[in-house]
Design a protein around this ligand. Structure first.
Ligand code: DLL
Length: 468
């Protein structure tokens, strides 16, 4: 597996002057095609397909030989690794789903002996057992490489100070980002999530130039900065933020960019595949480049499992082509997106996935209508009188579903009095009705009454699930 780590990567230094520009000017655009690994990121697509097929055959063989779960699944379908002779043959392979991982908890899907595994992570599942990720030394190397690509795409170089406010620990965000930033040669501040005032103090004292955290925590930090009277534009010189681990809308991006005076990059990943580093935006902000030499992507119809053509919205499925410890074949992520194979202006040739705005299992069916939390968020953000904190509450009253959206008022709005608040509630309810085709009760609540998240935000409280 020695071919995994490129030794001929081209590293280009930023030529932009980072802090002289105002909010939302695309700073990284001035930095000339920052690409960490030109060989792999800009490889002609046909050439990459040859590499992918070689790696696919390899991972299928390793999984078949070393993981009883895969052997059994292949046997049931009457296939062997010899049946994989083209990338199209991928569709012959079985899917892997979250319950397969839970059923084989904690270690039964690993393909190497424990002595070759040097790290374990786990996902922050809310119910049941967590999903466990395992890494060999080589897997950790690949992870640092794909994270270096992620950060370089956002303009980070060895001159940057990266303050990492993802949670450290079992969650992959903290250490994943950490080793990627070190690989780039940046100065890493392992701040971890939480202690917001201290984060903001460090931004100023250390001269932090890039940050990473969940988008909801970024908004919460902006709020704290305003509360303690720190003028971001004057006192803070962060120019790029790497946000992911939860769905967030373009409205939220605009709000973060404006409040924190930085350029926001969407970064995507999941524990099952490696953690962060699976896909990330470049300065074009036109989809997230998938690190396709390591992660083979498909979209499928979530109902039928049928593979969809590029350009059609569907459920994202990944095959980890190079993972040694914990290979995953055709993993159904439940994330909904669209894949785009067209060339990007940045020069990368990799497939891009559109911003994930929701998961198929996040979809709420309310009185028979499909509702995604992202639809609600896009109505609520960037509204005068409101700050971007909200919660969606679903109840069942006398067999009828009810939808309530609670959203926090700004201090000014709250001080403006009952009449102004009611008018605002009506206005938002009307807009939600137009977007969702469903009536929702809107309640504007007191500033600071919705619990802030330091990691992934909990936006939906579905009380119907209790007792069902
Ligand atoms: O959230 C890994 C990560 C850490 C990604 C830091 C980005 C930054 P898990 O905890 O296993 O791993 O959760 C994975 O989170 O299937 C998506 O539903 C969601 N998710 C992750 N990134 C994004 C994103 C990490 N950029 C699950 N946009 C995934 C939307 C995202 N959803």
């Amino acid at each position: 597996m020695a071919d995994l780590i490129p030794n001929n990567a081209v590293r280009e230094e930023s030529t932009g002057s980072p802090h002289e520009v105002g909010p939302n000017l695309k700073l990284v655009k001035n930095s000339q095609n920052l690409i960490w690994d030109k060989t792999n990121e800009c490889m002609p697509r046909e050439e990459r397909r040859i590499l992918q097929l070689k790696r696919l055959k390899d991972v299928v063989t390793r999984s078949y030989m070393n993981v009883p779960f895969y052997k059994q699944k292949f046997d049931e379908l009457g296939i062997t690794p010899d049946d994989i002779n083209s990338l199209e043959d991928l569709s012959k392979l079985p899917f892997t789903v979250k319950t397969d991982l839970r059923d084989n908890y904690p270690f039964d899907l690993f393909a190497v002996p424990m002595e070759d595994i040097v790290r374990l992570h786990a996902s922050s599942g809310t119910t049941g057992k967590p999903i466990v990720g395992a890494y060999t030394r080589n897997d950790l190397n690949v992870w640092a490489e794909v994270m270096a690509r992620t950060l370089t795409a956002g303009g980070v170089t060895s001159k940057d100070i990266v303050q990492n406010a993802y949670g450290y620990g079992l969650f992959t965000g903290g250490l994943g980002m950490h080793y990627g930033a070190e690989r780039v040669g940046a100065t890493v501040v392992p701040a971890a999530s939480g202690l917001s005032q201290r984060q903001i103090m460090l931004w100023q004292d250390f001269g932090t130039t890039a940050i990473s955290c969940t988008p909801s925590y970024a908004l919460s930090l902006a709020e704290t900065a305003a509360e303690i009277g720190v003028d971001i534009k004057e006192k803070v010189k962060i120019r790029a933020g790497f946000f992911g681990a939860e769905p967030w809308t373009d409205e939220m991006r605009r709000e973060i960019e404006e409040k924190l005076n930085l350029e926001a990059f969407d970064i995507f990943g999941l524990t099952e595949i490696i953690g962060p580093g699976v896909a990330a935006e470049c300065y074009c902000h036109d989809g997230l480049h998938i690190q396709e030499d390591h992660f083979l992507a498909e979209t499928i119809d979530p109902e039928t499992g049928e593979v969809l053509p590029y350009g059609t919205e569907g459920e994202l499925v990944f095959t980890a082509l190079t993972k040694e410890a914990f290979p995953v074949i055709r993993y159904r992520t439940r994330d909904i997106t669209v894949l785009d194979p067209t060339p990007c202006a940045c020069g990368r040739t990799t497939l891009r996935m559109k911003k994930v705005t929701g998961r198929s299992d996040d979809m709420l069916v309310i009185r028979g209508v499909n509702v995604f939390p992202s639809q609600i968020e896009s109505v609520l953000l960037n509204k005068e009188g409101l700050i971007g904190q909200y919660q969606i509450i679903v109840n069942r009253v006398k067999n009828l579903d009810t939808l309530e959206v609670q959203v926090e008022a700004s201090n000014e709005m709250y001080a403006a009095g009952r009449e102004a608040i009611e008018a605002k509630e009506k206005e938002i309810a009307k807009q939600l009705n137009q977007v969702l085709l469903l009536s929702a009760k809107v309640t504007i609540v007191e500033p600071k009454s919705i619990v802030r998240s330091e990691g992934k935000a909990k936006r939906v409280i579905d009380n119907r699930k209790v007792g069902f």
